[in-house]
Design a protein around this ligand. Structure first.
Ligand code: ZN
Length: 278
């Protein structure tokens, strides 16, 4: 398993780096420690670190209520400046926000400033997230969430609980909130919870779900041609309406032809009489 370097994420040149294993490994390690000693040696993992405030920002963000649709963006992806091209002009307090996300913010900030940087960090994470989830690594992470139906299921009865995928209607932030796309009926839905309904759609982007099925075409659910048929007392109202429209059309057409024919007959002495029946 890979290890995260805390405190030196940006320059990537750890002098005396503090290493922490992946979360899974931690749990495993902690479990073992507990089994053996009945006590967790967290000190070994976090010694020498700054205050808890600046630790594991992404873990905190992902575990916050309402952020369930986000996946964990790999730290390697975030620290590669190339991936963040252009975002510095889109996010206020960009440098501090990025430091906060990568747990390397050492500056002391007053409460007001911290709040602003915190807000910027959430926005920045969202924008990075939109880019990350259309990379192969990001797609596979989102695929795992999709398989567990973490984005909810299609409310349409004939879609038989088809899991949904988040989608943005725009790639521009502050335009439209996130929607949920059903690959079976190919329609979009509002998230049930208002927490999710308020997430900016640009944090997912308009490409993501479609890219996912480009990369994993075998996962595309089969199209369901079955349709709900509205009926009144057992009669298909659509059918009746369609038939009525067709009958009206036929009548009008016939009346037009008769009128045209009559005028022809008047002009040519009734020689021609060819009404084409449909
Ligand atoms: Zn559906």
């Amino acid at each position: 398993m890979s290890a995260r370097v805390i405190g030196h994420a940006l320059d990537n040149s750890p002098q005396n780096p503090i290493l922490i294993e992946d979360e899974e490994d931690n749990e495993e390690a902690q479990g073992q420690e507990q089994d053996l000693n009945g006590d967790v040696k967290m000190d070994d993992l976090t010694s020498g670190s700054d205050s808890d405030y600046t630790k594991y920002w992404i873990d905190w963000f992902l575990s916050s209520k309402g952020n369930e649709y986000f996946c964990e963006v790999d730290e390697e992806y975030i620290i590669d400046r190339f991936n963040l091209t252009g975002l510095n002009s889109e996010v206020q307090h960009y440098v501090q926000a990025l430091d906060l996300i990568t747990d390397s913010l050492e500056e002391e900030l007053d409460d007001d400033m911290r709040e602003q940087v915190e807000k910027s960090a959430r926005h920045l994470y969202g924008l990075i997230h939109a880019r990350f989830i259309i990379t192969s690594r990001g797609l596979s992470k989102m695929l795992e969430k999709y398989k567990k139906a973490e984005f909810g299921r299609c409310p349409r009865v004939l879609c038989v609980n088809q899991p949904l995928l988040p989608v943005g209607l725009s790639d521009q932030p502050y335009t439209k909130s996130v929607k949920l796309y059903c690959p079976r009926c190919e329609d979009i839905y509002n998230p049930k919870s208002t927490r999710h309904a308020n997430i900016d759609g640009a944090y997912y982007g308009s490409t993501f779900p479609h890219m996912l099925f480009q990369v994993y075409p075998h996962l595309l659910p089969p199209k369901n041609t079955e349709r709900y048929i509205p009926k009144i007392f057992g009669f298909k109202i659509h059918e009746i309406a369609k038939q009525h429209r067709w009958q009206d059309q036929q009548r009008e057409e016939q009346q037009r032809r008769i009128a045209a024919n009559n005028s022809n007959n008047n002009n040519e002495g009734g020689a021609d009489n060819n009404i084409n029946n449909p």
